[in-house]
Design a protein around this ligand. Structure first.
Ligand SMILES: [Cu+2]
Length: 282
């Protein structure tokens, strides 16, 4: 895609854009960037003529142009009608097929190919993100450590109002709602630090509700997990009460030992599990 790389070249120097989806660091965000560029190029065929012809028409039919008066002779023309209707219809049909195809590829629930994914449970709070690693019995607040090159499967819910997770360089946005679970599959190509945030306005601390995704080499990830498990802080009921109070934490925190089924408990307290088959069977 030469035109795409040309476009990227023009934007390469911009630091603000380098943190966004135009500088993807994982397969999902990569797809989204490609799709965005493709759709933008297709839509240039719609916007391009308008952008070019508007100043041209304005100049041509200017008030001082006395030599070229506008004297239309209205007539039906198959050629003009075809030009007006066929290309846009083709673009709409083409884009519809393309986008349908890509919604399958970039379905946030679709498991990524490769090794078994790292399981993470993300709980949105006011104004922080809690990440529980159920397989490690470890939790982290406002910092998500993942191994580079491995798929990560995130289940999301909210302990408060509806929120929205966005990690532009790794994946698209997905909502998190109390009593509900959503899923997101992400992967980082290589080690690095990526911005994550809540993009759904939820009050005073909203602008501080950011987190960092740290992708590390696999060996470092194992070291991190081992160190996190040895930590002294535990995420028990009391800690959870303090954590879920409306506040902003200054620095990311990690917890060794998490209340069992914390994610499910949050789902239950936010009204989610009442219709679940397991509870109905009780
Ligand atoms: Cu919903």
């Amino acid at each position: 895609m030469t035109s795409a790389s040309f476009l990227m070249l023009g934007l390469a120097g911009c630091t603000a854009l380098s943190h966004g989806f135009l500088n993807p660091q994982g397969p999902v965000a990569g797809h989204e960037r490609d799709l965005f560029v493709t759709v933008s190029i297709v839509l240039l065929f719609v916007a391009g003529p308008v952008l070019l012809l508007t100043p041209l028409f304005a100049w041509h039919y200017r008030l001082s142009n006395r030599g070229d008066a506008y004297r239309p002779k209205w007539n039906f023309s198959w050629w003009v009608e075809a030009l007006i209707w066929i290309p846009p219809a083709g673009i709409v049909i083409g884009l519809a097929i393309l986008l349908w195809h890509w919604t399958q590829i970039d379905d946030p629930y679709r498991r990524l190919p490769g090794a078994a994914p790292i399981e993470v449970q993300a709980i949105a709070l006011d104004w922080k993100w809690v990440f529980v690693y159920p397989d490690l019995d470890v939790a982290a607040v406002d910092r998500l450590v993942i191994p580079a090159g491995r798929p990560v499967h995130i289940r999301l819910t909210s302990g408060t109002v509806m929120q929205s997770m966005l990690i532009p360089q790794l994946a698209g946005q997905i909502y998190a709602m109390g009593g509900m679970t959503t899923e997101l599959n992400i992967q980082a190509h290589r080690p690095g630090r990526f911005r994550g945030e809540n993009t759904q306005y939820n009050g005073a601390g909203f602008q501080h509700q950011k987190f960092v995704v740290v992708a590390v080499p696999s060996a470092d990830y194992d070291c991190w997990a081992a160190a996190a498990r040895r930590g002294k802080r535990t995420l028990d009921a009391q800690t959870w009460r303090r954590l879920s109070a409306r506040s902003i934490i200054a620095l990311p925190v990690e917890f060794a030992h998490v209340t069992p089924n914390l994610f499910e408990r949050v789902l239950e307290t936010t009204g989610g599990m009442s219709h679940s088959p397991t509870k109905a069977a009780r």
